[in-house]
Design a protein around this ligand. Structure first.
Ligand code: HEM
Length: 156
């Protein structure tokens, strides 16, 4: 089961990236062209929110009970979390960057409900989604990263 959940966590990254880029494009175009806020925009932002929260739940599971989960793993003798690149990444950097990114996605989605002019909704959501995207890109264990590299797709 653990492997299946990790594969799902891996795969959801692509869904989040596609949805987040679509959310950014919608927010940018709405802001720049002063478009009225639409139900379609809200729906895409909502899907981005749902998939990021799902990834958060799966991530929390990996973090606590996964292969290297904090509640399951005993650090090798003499290893300290912050001095070990692998554990620092998966126990501290990856979770904290991703949690901040998901908070930003949540705040971006919430703009759709705020009683502010539509152009303000689009503009604020745009910036929140852009920062969230940058944080996700920085914190994914891409296959080209040293020490923490993981495959592009599950099971590769
Ligand atoms: C947008 C949010 C996130 C994305 C895109 C993401 C992406 C990924 C990817 C691509 C992997 C590699 C999977 C593999 O080895 O096949 C991974 C691993 C992992 N993620 Fe996330 N993650 C996110 C959020 C989180 C959060 C919030 C946490 C913890 C609270 C978390 C904890 C972990 C852990 C512990 C692993 C390593 C699991 C293992 O190797 O056993 N992730 N993540």
């Amino acid at each position: 089961m653990d492997t299946g959940l990790l594969h799902l966590h891996n795969l959801l990254r692509w869904i989040i990236l596609v949805l987040l880029i679509a959310s950014i494009a919608i927010a940018f175009s709405g802001w720049q062209n002063k478009k009225p806020f639409t139900a379609g925009a809200k729906r895409i932002w909502l899907f981005t929110l749902i998939f990021s929260h799902l990834t958060l739940v799966l991530g929390l599971y990996q973090w606590l009970w996964g292969r290297y989960g904090m509640l399951k793993t005993t650090l090798p003798e003499g290893v300290s979390i912050m001095k070990n690149k692998f554990y620092r990444f998966f126990w501290v950097e990856h979770p904290s960057f991703m949690i901040i990114a998901i908070i930003l996605i949540t705040l971006g989605y919430r703009m759709s409900k705020k009683p502010v002019p539509d152009v303000v909704k689009y503009k604020r959501a745009f910036w929140m989604f852009v920062v969230a995207l940058l944080m996700i890109l920085l914190a994914v264990p891409w296959p080209f990263r040293e020490v923490v590299a993981r495959p592009w797709f599950p099971g590769m």
